[in-house]
Design a protein around this ligand. Structure first.
Ligand SMILES: NC(=O)c1ccc[n+]([C@@H]2O[C@H](COP(=O)([O-])OP(=O)(O)OC[C@H]3O[C@@H](n4cnc5c(N)ncnc54)[C@H](OP(=O)(O)O)[C@@H]3O)[C@@H](O)[C@H]2O)c1
Length: 345
C-alpha cells in the first residue's frame, strides 16, 4: 500500500529531478498523518488548463490536485518519469506513480559497485531516482547499466561535507560498502567503521528533512560477551568459528553499528545478512532472531533492501536475515510488526 511522502519546494528547486509520493489511483488522497487514503473529489483536474513543463523536458501528463497556496497540496502523476518533471507552483508536494502503485523516492547507494548494491540498483532504478557512489570512475558504465547514476566519491578520501552535499534532498541512503577483507585491519576500519560513521555524520548535517539510512551489516555482529538467547548449539559453534576467522570484520562492523544505534537524529534500519552467496534468489528467507547457520543469496538481500525502502516503520530496528523458507515480504512484515531489534549491544 502506498504511504504518504512529502517534499518541500526548496528541496525540489535544488534538485529538479526530485521525486516522491502519494495519492491513490482510484480517486483518493492521502491523509495528513500518512494513513489510509480517503476518497476525495480533489483528484479531478481543475478546469483551468495548467502550464506545460518547461522545455526541453518532454510533456508529462499531470493532474494538479489541490490548491497550490495550501500548505499540503498533492499531485497525482498520471504518466511520466520522475526526472522529466518540474514543479514550481507548490509549496510542498507528494508524488505517486499510478501505474506502478508505488511512492517515488530519491535514493543514494554508498558502495554502489558492490555485488549487493548492483542488484539493489537494478531493482530500484526503474521506479526511483538512484545515485550510486563509487570510488573508481571506470565502474561508471556498470552503474549506468543498472539504470542508476554514478557518482565518484571515496569513503576514505572524501569529507563529511562532501557526503552531506550529496545527501541533501535525498529520501533514503543505503550503505552497503565494505573493505571486503582486503588491506588488513587498517582498511577494514577505514571503510566499514570510519566510512560508516562519516555517512552518519553527513546525514546528521543535512539541513531540513534528513534521509533515512538503511545500512547493511551482518548477522552475529554483536557485543562478543552477549550470546543471544535464541542461539542453538549449532549457532554457537558457527559463531565461534566464523568470528575467529574474521575477527577484525566483526570488531569494526560492531563498532559501526553501536555508533549508529546510539543516534536518534535521523531514522535508520540495519539489515544483518548471514554469509552471502551468488546463487539465484529464492524469494524466501528467515528474518528476525534467526539461526545463523544458513547462508543467504545476494539476490534475496537486495530484495529485502528494496522492500525496506517503503518501510519507515522499520526505523530503529536491526534485522537478521538468513536462508529460510518464509516469503521475504511476509517475513519482513512479521519482524517489523514484532518490533524486536536483533542488535545485542
Ligand atoms: N561477504 C559476506 O558473506 C557478507 C556477509 C554479511 C554482510 N556482508 C556485508 O554486506 C555488504 C555488501 O556485501 P557485498 O558482497 O555487496 O560487498 P562487495 O561486493 O565487496 O561491495 C563492497 C563495496 O564497497 C566499496 N568500497 C570499498 N571501499 C570503498 C571506498 N573507500 N569508497 C567507496 N566505496 C568503497 C567497494 O568498492 P570497489 O568495488 O571499488 O572495491 C565495493 O563496491 C558489505 O558491507 C559486507 O561487509 C558481507
Amino acid at each position: 500500500m502506498a504511504r504518504k511522502k512529502q517534499h518541500n519546494k526548496d528541496k525540489e528547486e535544488a534538485t529538479p529531478a526530485s521525486t516522491s509520493a502519494a495519492a491513490a489511483a482510484s480517486g483518493s488522497a492521502p491523509t495528513e498523518e500518512g494513513g489510509e487514503a480517503q476518497p476525495t473529489a480533489a483528484v479531478v483536474a481543475p478546469e483551468e488548463p495548467q502550464p506545460a513543463p518547461p522545455e526541453p523536458h518532454p510533456p508529462v501528463e499531470v493532474a494538479y490536485c489541490g490548491d497550490p497556496s495550501e500548505a499540503d497540496p498533492f499531485i497525482l502523476i498520471l504518466s511520466c518519469w520522475p526526472n522529466q518533471l518540474h514543479i514550481h507552483e507548490f509549496a510542498s508536494y507528494i508524488l505517486y506513480d499510478v501505474d506502478l502503485d508505488i511512492l517515488l523516492y530519491m535514493v543514494v547507494v554508498v558502495g554502489g559497485h558492490g555485488k549487493v548494491s548492483l542488484r539493489l540498483a537494478r531493482l530500484l532504478s526503474p521506479s526511483h531516482t538512484v545515485v550510486s557512489i563509487i570510488r573508481d570512475a571506470s565502474q561508471s558504465s556498470a552503474i549506468q547499466e543498472t539504470g542508476a547514476t554514478p557518482l565518484v566519491i571515496s569513503l576514505e578520501a572524501a569529507t563529511v561535507q562532501e557526503f552531506t552535499n550529496t545527501f541533501q534532498g535525498q529520501d533514503v541512503v543505503y550503505f552497503s560498502a565494505g573493505a571486503g577483507g582486503t588491506g588488513g585491519e587498517e582498511r577494514t576500519k577505514a571503510v566499514d567503521y570510519d566510512g560508516a560513521v562519516k555517512v552518519y555524520d553527513a546525514i546528521e548535517a543535512v539541513e531540513g528533512q534528513k534521509p533515512r539510512l538503511i545500512l547493511v551489516s551482518g548477522v552475529d555482529v554483536r557485543n562478543p560477551d552477549i550470546i543471544p538467547a535464541h542461539y542453538t548449539e549449532a549457532d554457537k559453534q558457527v559463531s565461534q568459528r566464523v568470528r575467529g576467522h574474521i575477527a577484525t570484520w566483526f570488531k569494526w562492523k560492531y563498532e559501526g553499528d553501536k555508533n549508529l544505534v546510539a543516534r536518534n537524529t535521523f531514522k535508520w534500519t540495519i539489515l544483518r545478512p548471514g554469509g552471502l552467496t551468488d546463487a539465484p534468489g529464492t524469494g524466501k528467507a528467515a528474518i528476525g532472531r534467526t539461526s545463523i547457520t544458513q547462508t543467504v543469496t545476494r539476490d534475496d538481500v537486495a530484495q529485502v533492501l528494496a522492500l525496506l525502502l517503503d518501510r519507515e516503520d522499520a526505523a530503529g530496528l536491526a534485522i537478521d536475515l538468513a536462508g529460510g523458507d518464509t516469503p521475504l515480504e511476509e517475513g519482513l512484515d512479521a519482524m517489523i510488526r514484532k518490533g524486536e531489534t536483533d542488535f545485542f549491544g
